[in-house]
Design a binder for this molecule. Sequence first.
Ligand code: SAH
Length: 463
Amino acid sequence: MSQLNTFPLSFKVQGQRIVIVGGGEEALNKARLVTKTSAQTVIVSTQITADFSGLDVTLIERPFRESDLDGAALVFVADHGPDGSAAKCAARARRIALNVVDVPGECDFYTPSIIDRAPLTVAISTEGDAPVLARLVRARIEAMMSPRLGAIAALAGRMRQRVEALIGDGGARRRYYEDLVQSAEIDLAISTDNGNIAAEALLSRHLEKERVGSVALIGAGPGSEDLLTLRAQRLLQEADVIVHDQLVPGAVVQMGRRDAEQISVGKAKGHHSFSQAQINTLLVRLAGQGKRVARLKSGDPMVFGRAGEEIAALRQAGVAYSIVPGVSAALAAAADTATPVTLRKVSSGFVMATAHGAEDADLNHWAALAAAGITLALYMGKSIADTVASRLIGQGASAQLPVGIVVNAGRPDRTFYRGTLGQLAGGAVPFSAGPAIILVGEAVAAGDWADAADVAAEHIKVA
Ligand code: SAH
């Protein structure tokens, strides 16, 4: 396991000085960073060449003196001459934390890349190794944070004593703060300076009735963490309990809070460890205990996810619920293979259908749709792919229709197969392990299936 050679911490500088020795661009860059703090920033140099106007700094234009370090919390040396050397010695003699700009070997500390929503700070550090990476990560995180977060964090700080006094239970306190920092109402109130009033109102509402539980039906997407929506990620973080299907990979479930309870309700093909009725009862019971439940389903919860039954049970029990869409497997398969499932003049629509349990009447209907150019995405059909293909042909679909199959769509280990409906009907290949989507229709031919193996057993490529 690799270990950190530095320890990130928040160092108190209030009421102290931060001394920067040097007057050029390097000194200016450090000054920009440290003037975000309330410390007094002092620049000492015989040659102040950079433009420090607009920054709240004290300029001392003369050689460095040891007494410049009186009351200093941090020292930056951005001077490669004798002043710099003198300052380094003095800082070390006084044991003041020292940063020698661009000389990592001489530094006691490095400056991270900072997102400033004072008092909230996010610092990103690569121990000096990859500042460019730190800046890229920073830009991503910055985009996720409201500019008013700092004010909201300060508000949470002001509410602390009252909340501690009035809400005894730790979980309930956490829920109050979660509401406080995320509520659109507070965000709005703070922008008009009414944050305190709104925070008090929220507090009385919390005291009135300790939060009731709720269930969020969350689409986890096809299985890669980065195909989760931001909302899904947020609700997972808030959840007290995560109830998930077998198809949702562990890495996605782990995106919840570390202390959240995790319940796997199985539902892998052939292992019905919980019946649907048991799952419905479980969700209602957990919410009834005041918990926030994340019901995590693969793909989109409303597509072959038994969401209908779960929603009906929640409604009947009067449990609050919400639904977060996810990337359904068929769309991940289309993306993986650059297949436009609708295509001008070729396919005017797209049908998500289940192969498992399909009646002849269904297949008859889909065969007609496929003949009319509609693209079919068949779920739950891998083990019966050849049978479904021949039944579709039996119901009037052309054996020449292009077919494409994606196993583990949207995941790093995806694999592809292609051919015609006729070839698939002739005896499917042993597909690689994992869930699969079968795409059928003329539009499939417009995709990029270059890496695909043939669907028919006799044509299988030997890897
Ligand atoms: N709600 C899910 C579907 C659940 S039904 C969604 O919207 O995607 C289970 C079926 O989904 C599987 O039998 C398979 O056909 C399909 N499936 C789920 N994840 C998949 C994946 N990563 N790649 C290919 N197919 C997948």
